[in-house]
Write a protein that binds this ligand. Structure first.
Ligand code: ZN
Length: 123
């Protein structure tokens, strides 16, 4: 099994509506996102997926969140913009852009700080 991963970043503000404590207040994070793709064997050219292509796809998705107030952006106008939900949303959006290769997308990890992350992955 091979796994390749790229790391990307975006900055955004949010507030957790259903949380009692500091995080219910408006605040921001410099999010770090790890995008992992797995395959049993590398494809053409010995690559699971071209790093450049994966960075482009990830960049398209993260650009839509960058420097935004997440609570105003669908689906976070309806659901909590927690790290878990942000990870699941990014997973869905990247998978959609990968088309027939979506099954290779393994996990999305969203780091809110150097010490705190949430990961969404396939079972
Ligand atoms: Zn937060």
């Amino acid at each position: 099994m091979y796994e390749i991963e790229i790391i990307a970043h975006f900055s955004a503000a949010h507030r957790l509506r259903e949380y009692k404590g500091k995080c219910e207040q408006l605040h921001g994070h410099n999010y770090r996102v790890h995008v992992a793709v797995r395959a049993h064997s590398p494809g053409k050219g010995g690559m699971v997926i071209d790093f450049i292509e994966l960075k482009e796809i990830s960049g398209e998705v993260l650009d839509r969140l960058d420097h935004r107030f997440l609570n105003d952006q669908p689906p976070f106008d309806k659901i909590e913009p927690s790290a878990e939900n942000v990870a699941a949303h990014i997973f869905e959006e990247i998978a959609r852009r990968m088309g027939t290769r979506a099954g290779m997308l393994h996990s999305i990890s969203v780091w809110e700080s150097e010490t705190s992350r949430a990961t969404f992955m396939r079972d």
